[in-house]
Design a binder for this molecule. Structure first.
Ligand code: CP
Ligand code: NVA
Length: 310
């Protein structure tokens, strides 16, 4: 029987079971195929999504807004200055007020606690559209993309190279849930948060896969997927120059790709900083799937919204 996610929030990927995540991926594939065939699917007609942004965005904003339009609903963009979350009024009050007008709330925040607070106090589903700790929507799209390119997810190996950040954490939970092995390869002192590594490793054991972190570049050996992200996330701009120096051996380029399987696909959540975490040539390699990932944000998030609020 299909699992029901109705009324649930997505704050962290660890909140959903393996079956829940697979149900989202199956629904995403169906919606993608329907759109490709020109079929409309107004499954959220009359529903409204509130989108709170404390940080900039191209993909998240446009894919959620376009997705809501394609589902027959409406999306409202709230810019960083519109509601000044955390400053103008308590997050609890924002959650309660938006729940009276809207059917879903999506939020991109600095502090992860803000998304947790919204989900605690809202009476409608809350979706984490990126916090300093996690980026679960990106990983749903990434798992859909890996499934399209590599077939069944369980047993594959993903190597993440770069900063141990929000992407790393959500990838760890996502891989652990679907039975994919993952190694996060980061410079010393930039490892993913230890408590998250531990939780993901435990979840991985339950699903017959290994989730680990290392500073050794050999961690990418035999990988089916090489994944990278910016060395300085939103909010860390002041550290960018220092990080460029510390991270320079961790660039995804032809030399690093030679350590992975020749058939390995190359992934990046974007925005990319060419010449830093990935060189431009590698980003245009035939095995690089960055624009498929970006497209799948649309399909995966439509599936998520339909299952939470449809
Ligand atoms: N990958 C991603 O979340 O992109 P944006 O920051 O442009 O939304
Ligand atoms: N780690 C990056 C992801 C951007 C989508 C950041 O938080 O800026």
């Amino acid at each position: 029987m299909a699992v029901s996610l109705k009324g649930r929030s997505l704050v962290s990927l660890k909140d959903f079971t393996r079956e829940g995540i697979l149900e989202i991926l199956r629904t995403a594939d169906t919606l993608k195929l329907e759109r490709f065939r020109g079929h409309t699917h107004p499954l959220l007609a009359g529903k409204t999504l509130a989108m709170i942004f404390q940080k900039p965005s191209l993909r998240t904003r446009v894919s959620f807004e376009a997705g809501m339009t394609q589902l027959g609903g409406h999306a409202i963009y709230l810019s960083p200055t519109d509601i000044s979350i955390g400053q103008r009024e308590p997050t609890e009050d924002i959650a309660k007020v938006l729940s009276r007008y809207c059917d879903i709330i999506m939020a991109r925040t600095f502090g992860h606690d803000i998304v947790v607070d919204l989900a605690t106090h809202a009476t409608v589903p809350v979706i984490n559209g990126l916090s300093d700790e996690e980026h679960p929507c990106q990983v749903l799209a990434d798992l859909q993309t890996i499934g399209e390119k590599k077939g069944p997810l369980d047993g594959l190996k993903l190597a993440y190279v770069g900063d141990g950040n929000n992407m790393t954490h959500s990838l760890m939970f996502g891989c652990a849930s679907v039975g994919m092995n993952m190694t996060a390869v980061t410079p010393p002192d930039y490892e993913p948060v230890a408590s998250i590594c531990k939780q993901a490793a435990t979840l991985g054991m339950e699903n017959d896969c290994t989730i680990e972190a290392t500073t050794d570049l050999d961690g990418v050996s035999d990988a089916d997927v090489i994944y990278t992200d910016t060395w300085a996330s939103m909010g860390q701009e002041a550290e960018a120059a220092e990080r460029r120096e510390l991270f320079k051996d961790y660039q995804v380029n032809a030399k690093l790709m030679a350590l992975a399987k020749p058939s390995a696909i190359i992934m990046h959540c974007l925005p990319a900083h060419y010449g830093e975490e990935i060189d431009f040539e590698t980003s245009r390699h035939r095995n690089c799937v960055i624009f498929d990932q970006a497209e799948n944000r649309l399909h995966a998030q439509k599936a998520l919204m339909v299952l939470l609020a449809g």
